[in-house]
Design a binder for this molecule. Structure first.
Ligand code: LLP
Length: 438
């Protein structure tokens, strides 16, 4: 079982762990990631700076492996969560495959030394060129999202003289009870094939040239914090497997997608091992326990393994709001602006004997939506550094160059070592592809 973490866990009063953020802790009032002092990294590499813990990722992965112990499981890391090459390399070395959603992501997998034979390709808008590229690379499976896509994939594979392994993504019409922008398994979402159309779609897939049915999949949403949506979706998926196999089409693997949430702000998602023990009990009871299983976790593997260090530039007290202006912005940390998402913000060095007014923590970008946290009580001075927590997933991978801000640097910590896995982007880097008029 996972260790139980009380709200603050003290080791001889010198180390204070942050609940839900394994391997990120204060030692003598200074924030550490594993055995590396974060302020040393900020000093050496500047800010904004992403810092990730290898140990935290390893533990998150191990929770899934424990949950599926003794089963046939293939974990495809949903690389959209964080697709930096060294992160992919880490997961490849742990034996993982990858869930990709573009030809670009496939190129990243190959550049990181990942095995294309462990790659599954999701997404509602695969182009013919991407299909050809993936066929040529020899991926494990196409997760097909519509009947129209199936027809095109059949054509592309036939033209290439190849056979495309396919799984059909089912939209089980289950409410994942998450933010509407990251809910994907409801009838009104663009994703997957409607439950009622699934059997007919499999029959079409079995009849079309150039395709080989290998599996079935769903992915109902992201930042899911309850087991019920998974249990409901699984029941509905297994009903379909029964119907499809009764129609004479064998289903080799069952893919349950990703979506398990993390603790951003006191959220209490089930632990991966506990969730899967519960789900596998249901799957066993229905007689599917010995199947080949696949999962596509993203956020739950990397989200709480990362933080973003930022420096306080100015304090700007006001009548209605106090602003704490920092050097990270919505281009580095887009989730608050996009989803009103909460990220905890903590100082790198805890100050004592200072008042802690409420601040809106905002970036330098010229938009009122450029905020990182609202109404945060902080004891800070200009020049202090803050850590924005839960920044391992959907931050760097969603970052942009808006306001011609170069992307931040990234560090992967492993014990006492800190590896630079991305250097800071310069302004020249951001306009390298651009051309002046003659
Ligand atoms: N599989 C498929 C087909 C997906 O679309 C996704 C995520 C995943 C797996 C991984 O889901 P995860 O385990 O990470 O929840 N940018 C948003 C999240 C978008 C998720 C998109 N799909 C955010 O920052 O919250």
């Amino acid at each position: 079982a996972l260790p139980v973490r009380p709200r603050l866990l003290c080791h001889a009063m010198t180390s204070i762990e942050l609940p839900g953020h394994p391997h990120i802790a204060y030692r003598h009032n200074e924030l550490f990631v594993e055995d590396v002092r974060v302020s040393d990294l900020a000093q050496a590499h500047g800010t904004p700076l992403f810092v990730y813990s290898t140990a935290s990722m390893r533990e998150a992965l191990a929770a899934y492996q424990r949950g599926f112990a003794g089963r046939k499981l293939h974990i495809c890391y949903a690389m959209k969560a964080n697709s930096s090459l060294a992160m992919l390399q880490f997961f490849a070395r742990q034996g993982c495959g990858f869930d990709i959603v573009s030809g670009g992501e496939l190129e990243r997998v190959l550049a990181a030394g990942g095995d294309p034979a462990k790659v599954i390709f999701s997404g509602v808008g695969k182009t013919r060129a991407e299909m050809r590229q993936a066929l040529q690379a020899g991926i494990l499976c196409f997760n097909v999202e519509s009947e129209a896509e199936l027809e095109v994939l059949s054509e592309v594979a036939t033209e290439a003289g190849q056979t495309a392994p396919v799984s059909i993504r089912v939209n089980p019409n289950v409410d994942p009870k998450t933010h509407p922008y990251i809910s994907t398994g409801l009838k009104g979402n663009k994703f997957g094939v409607a439950h009622e159309r699934t059997l007919a779609t499999y029959q079409r897939a079995a009849a079309l040239p150039g395709l080989r049915v290998v599996g079935i999949d769903f992915h109902i949403g992201s930042q899911i914090t309850e087991a019920t949506p998974y249990l409901d979706a699984t029941d509905r998926l297994l009903d379909l497997v029964e119907a499809i196999e009764a129609a004479g089409i064998p289903i080799h693997h069952i893919d349950f997608g990703g979506g398990l949430g993390i603790n951003y702000n006191g959220d209490t998602p089930p632990a991966a091992d506990a969730l899967w023990q519960q789900l596998l009990a249901k799957i066993d009871a229905r007689g599917f326990g010995d199947r080949q299983f696949m999962i596509e976790p993203g956020r739950s593997l990397v989200g709480n393994a990362g933080l973003c260090v930022t420096e306080v530039l100015y304090l700007k007290p006001g009548e209605e709001k106090n602003f704490c202006i920092v050097d990270a912005a919505m281009n580095d940390l887009p989730r608050p602006a996009m989803y009103q998402a909460f990220h905890a913000i903590v100082p790198l060095q805890a100050r004592t004997g200072m008042t802690a007014p409420l601040y809106d923590v905002v970036g330098p970008v010229c938009e009122s939506g450029d905020w990182i946290g609202q109404d945060r009580s902080l004891a800070v001075q200009p020049g202090d550094r803050l850590a924005v927590l839960s920044a391992g997933a959907y931050c760097m991978s969603m970052s942009s160059n808006y306001n011609t801000r170069g992307r931040a640097a990234e560090i992967l910590v492993d014990g006492a070592s800190a590896h630079v896995i991305r250097t800071r982007e310069t302004a020249q880097d951001t306009f390298r592809q651009e051309k002046l008029l003659p």
